[in-house]
Design a protein around this ligand. Structure first.
Ligand SMILES: Cc1cc2nc3c(=O)[nH]c(=O)nc-3n(C[C@H](O)[C@H](O)[C@H](O)COP(=O)(O)O)c2cc1C
Length: 185
């Protein structure tokens, strides 16, 4: 079975809930970037061993949080040795506004994966964009480059939209299926 890691930052718990949903679908290990932008003990080793790495960050000011960016800059060490080359990568983000420039964050996560010589997995999911669509549906936002979710600015993590969480889990499953095909183990 391929090993999959979800490495994410969350300032206030919303991206963490999304990360848990992605990890559930992917049967992945969760690695939380802390408030200082550091990984827990053993985090880098888990990433080195993973067949697939899923990046997650909240969208702050139209991009990933600085803590995620600190992690990304620190990943220049495995970049130097090509240690993450040919792994599968995917990404997700959460923010308050429906659009909120979330795709800028997803584009950043994609670019990071490409810098590492990785192969990107998108959502591959049809949008729920008819008049009858509700926030309980999968991919209500209509995003293909990665999983996205909305947390209204006054909503707690417990109040996140069920469709967004289901979307995150299905996205995790898709990455796991892709990793099973990609991995030679
Ligand atoms: C510094 C800061 C900047 C933010 N910038 C954006 C933004 O550009 N777009 C948006 O939709 N929401 C923005 N938000 C709202 C957060 O994305 C939202 O609260 C999100 O749920 C936070 O995720 P977290 O709980 O995982 O930290 C911002 C919040 C903070 C604290």
């Amino acid at each position: 079975m391929p090993s999959i890691a979800v490495v994410y930052h969350s300032g206030y718990g919303h991206t963490q809930r999304q990360a848990q949903a992605v990890a559930e679908g992917a049967d992945a290990r969760l690695i939380a970037i802390d408030a200082d932008g550091n990984l827990p003990d053993g985090g880098w080793e888990l990433l080195a061993e993973a067949d697939a790495i899923i990046f997650g960050a909240p969208t702050y000011m139209g991009g990933p949080s600085w803590q995620f960016k600190k992690f990304a800059d620190a990943s220049s060490r495995p970049w130097y040795s090509g240690a993450w080359k040919n792994k599968l990568f995917a990404g997700f983000t959460n923010s308050a506004s429906t659009i909120g420039d979330k795709t800028s964050t997803l584009n950043y996560l994609f670019t990071l994966a490409m810098q590492h010589g990785g192969v990107w997995v998108g959502t591959g999911m049809m949008p729920a964009n008819s008049k009858a669509a509700t926030r309980a549906d999968l991919n209500w936002l209509g995003v293909w480059s990665g999983a996205a979710s909305v947390s209204p600015s006054d909503a707690s993590p417990a109040e996140m939209f069920p469709g967004d969480l289901k979307f995150a889990t299905e996205f995790g499953k898709r990455v796991a299926e892709a990793a099973a095909r990609w991995s030679r183990k």
